[in-house]
Design a protein around this ligand. Structure first.
Ligand SMILES: [Ca+2]
Ligand SMILES: [Ca+2]
Length: 233
């Protein structure tokens, strides 16, 4: 560690320590084990929650950001936590928002900001095969769909979701192996701000003989653009 980095790190920990004292006074002993850890700036980190927090995603919701991540504070079967962060970098939910903590793993989390709330999506292993689940979080940090609602739960594997907002609906895309002849394909569905899945059978976006995986989506004001990994056997 360079002297410059050590200096920045020490300074940030001092700042976090002062910031954290009120929570020590207000909350019981468990507060120590429930502090999140995610970047407050490019050069330092906050105090740590218990176990691993990893693979964050972020979206802007008009006033604040929502950061979501995989979290092992409850179980090594990863769960989903989040926190709002102001445009000034203030962590508005310092002990984290519990978004989904059902058994088995929830992973591959993505998030987009809409007109009324955020939509968080992920790959969920609560059932027999990988499925896509989502949960809305309003701009005040309330989870409107605790532990999530199903977006695509076919018999095959649905995984690697991403989500974007077009001003009217969200569009969720994922990799889907429902076909026995074309291997993993790309499917999607629109989801409303009220959490309604408008295309429950899924919209086929790409289906050829390759393995199509890890889609990523963006909206430019008029159309969506979806990109993905395309692997021939
Ligand atoms: Ca499935
Ligand atoms: Ca394919």
């Amino acid at each position: 560690m360079t002297n410059q980095l050590r200096h920045l790190t020490n300074r940030c920990y001092i700042r976090i320590l002062l910031f954290s004292i009120p929570f020590v006074l207000i909350l019981s002993g468990e507060a120590f084990s429930s502090w999140p850890e995610f970047p407050l700036s490019s050069d330092c980190f906050s105090a740590s929650a218990y176990a691993t927090q990893s693979l964050p995603a972020i979206a802007f919701g008009g006033t604040n950001y929502l950061v979501v991540w995989e979290d092992e504070r409850i179980s090594t079967d990863r769960d989903i936590f989040g926190a709002r962060v102001s445009i000034l970098g203030e962590v508005l939910d310092p002990i984290g928002i519990k978004i989904c903590t059902v058994p088995n793993m929830q992973t591959g989390i993505k998030v987009a900001g809409g007109d009324q709330n955020y939509l968080v999506v992920w790959t969920d292993y609560r059932n027999a095969s990988d499925d896509i689940y989502g949960a809305r979080v309003d701009f005040s940090g309330n989870v409107l769909d605790p532990d999530g609602f199903p977006i695509s739960t076919g018999e095959g594997w649905e995984s690697y979701p991403d989500v974007a907002w077009d001003g009217t609906n969200f569009l969720v895309v994922w990799s889907d192996d429902r076909s026995t002849t074309t291997y993993d394909d790309i499917y999607g569905t629109r989801v409303t701000s009220s959490g309604q899945v408008l295309d429950p059978q899924g919209i086929q976006i790409s289906s050829d003989l390759a393995w199509e995986e890890t889609p990523s989506i963006a909206y430019n004001g008029s159309v969506y653009f979806v990109a993905w990994e395309h692997a021939l056997g």
